[in-house]
Design a protein around this ligand. Sequence first.
Ligand code: SF4
Ligand code: ZN
Length: 315
Amino acid sequence: MKCRKCGEKASVNMRQHKLALCKEHYLEWVPEQTERFIEKYEMFSHDEKILVAVSGGKDSLSLWDILIRLGYQADGLYIGLGIDAGINYSGESHRLADEFANEHNLKLHVVDIEKEYGQPIPVLSEISRRGHGKPCAVCGLTKRHVMNRIARDLGYDVLATGHNLDDEAAVLFGNTLSWSGDYLLRQGPVLPSADGLARKVKPLCRFYEREMTAYALLRGIEYIYEECPFAEGSTSIYYKEILNQLENDRPGAKLTFYLRFLEARQSGLFAERNDSTLHLHPCTNCGQPTSAPGLCSFCRMIEKVADKESIVSNL
Ligand code: SF4
Ligand code: ZN
């Protein structure tokens, strides 16, 4: 297989795009495509300050790398979840995020959940009894809260995450199976800012996961190979496997599924539900928007944990 641009030996063959490229041209193609997506979906401009949520994995580090190569002003945010699970998952991912920031002379904000809220994610999850024995519900809630808080408090215009096409197609598949109108309406490359929430963007949403792996490897980015141990057995992994089977038989199926959805959404297929847009109120504790007056779900969870802890320490 030869590189389409120079005829040298290709390093990456993308059947879904009928395109093969050598290392050099692949490393040019990825940022070029990213810039196209940023412009097409009007994600942000060169004057805006971007906060990249960095987990230490290939997608978020590659995203940071690409944005810097494209000349954007992008700082990182690492959230220390306190997940060890026998492989020092959080410790290792923090080390890699730090290393990347230092090597490229970039600013990385770090929020350690245990230091800020008293307990690491698995313990917060256990005490608050949310999420049926898995910490993912509490973890997701906490990450969203912290990302919004840091973006707002430090004056970032936009929050960028490293979700790739496989992530987005799996979420879309789940939402489609249950026809979750509100979720479908909110899923897309850009979630506009609203009521004190920062704009959220996913510049990698059209890249296959294997394209991002190839980018990270060819760029020599050191990232954490292990998935979070709690991801094992999750529905999103199951959906990814199903979509991979489909993709194997019909290269491009995943991308078509996602892009056709975006077109349908844009043409107003899900717009009826939009009229009933939730009325949001600021949380009485942290000020972030919430659907019911009073505390937001994150502050309620923390309050519940604090109450239980004080009962235990008073025994
Ligand atoms: Fe958090 Fe791990 Fe669950 Fe992802 S898999 S939401 S990182 S606990
Ligand atoms: Zn709150």
